[in-house]
Ligand binder design. Sequence first.
Ligand code: AMP
Length: 464
Amino acid sequence: MSYFSELGLAEPILRALDAKGYDDPTPIQRQAIPALLNGRDLLGIAQTGTGKTAAFALPSLHRLAQNPTGRINRACRMLVLSPTRELAAQIADNMRGYARFLDLSVQCVFGGVPVGKQIADLARGTDIMVATPGRLIDLVEQKALKLDHVEIFVLDEADQMMDLGFIKPLTRIARMLPKERQSLFFSATMPAEIAKLGSQFITDPVKVEVAPQATTAERVDQFVTFVGQREKQALLTLTLQKGLASGEIESCLVFTRTKHGADKVVRHLVAAGVEAAAIHGNKSQAQRTRALDGFRAGRIPVLVATDIAARGIDVPGVSAVFNFELPNVPEQYVHRIGRTARAGLSGLAISFCAPDERTYLRDIQRLTGVEPGSFPLPKDFVALAERLPTPSRHLAGAEKSDEQREGRGGNSNRRQRGKNRKPRPHPDAQVHARGNSSKPRGGSGGRPNGNPRNGRPNRAAAAR
Ligand code: AMP
């Protein structure tokens, strides 16, 4: 029997964990589960990837199952709020897995899909509701759901909720919850304003904190290429073509700063024969689901995402993360690279740093304490880049004007564009990012070609 049984969890839950192949609780699970089984409120400082979902799901399922009350029409006994649809769906999936041998139902609701079916499904009530705040309020306003039977309330990714401007809906929801309840509040970071938000929900909480952010960063092999903004696309395409063909990269996430940027990267990759899909807030729910399912199933090896869409997405086996643009908030970098190196594995992160992103890079290094190794431009970069195809469809609307702002024509003007747009490596790239890795990676000229921690060939080296 696993250590989970010593925590006092009910047998059907232990069976579900066994089926999942979990042997031991993660640190946050060890810390949180006993306190939550005792009915305490909890303040958790933890990122996704730490086993946070099971940390709140397992004791909650235990408590709900120990005290069966039957379902109440248009009500739920446990409410989990999540900032994004993807994360909500993921939490609901996990909870269904942990509850598979229990008679507890899980329903997930979020915006961007018709509300009618959600209302119909809620008519007979559900035990556990996982929701994004906006759609939850819609349902309450339409009298499809009441919150006065909530026994356990979980607010996940509170800092992201704040970033997304959910503060008002959250305050409204807080007022609708019964006073007598158990509350759990999770955030990756805990600045004063988040702590203040938390104090609205939790009373005398047990505080649990795991893996300071820099720790995740240390498990990831990190590299940087200094490159002009205009050369980034060619660098990404060439790196992925090579890495995917050799099998050294199996699946990767590419982060862009904007939704428009994500679409553009996808079009260039697809034109060059690299299967890719974008995931961001402007995509319909069906598109987002299709992209994520394709990525999870391995049909689409490259997912291009903005930070918000990617937050919390748990896809095992992401072999690399590319920062097409560096984030201006250094914590975001840690979230991004945490998409690889899941569940104790190591991972690879490559950042493309344009001259105007150097201050971001400095802030990131200050936060993580890690100085990334150099990832030089491929040999013959200019010649190879010139041969890359451009996306074949006409660019529309805002996008076209953006292209034109950058001094490029539309697709009909391809020959002309080829002339205008010779990739010029940024001068820094020639000196291989100063060859300044704090952890020497072997090989010549600062090239990373072996992973010092696990002895495996370095994916970065093969990807070049
Ligand atoms: P989370 O932080 O909840 O997103 O979990 C990160 C990943 O770790 C998910 O893929 C979980 O399925 C997995 N996981 C959670 N708890 C355990 C455990 N005790 N042992 C092994 N894997 C786990």
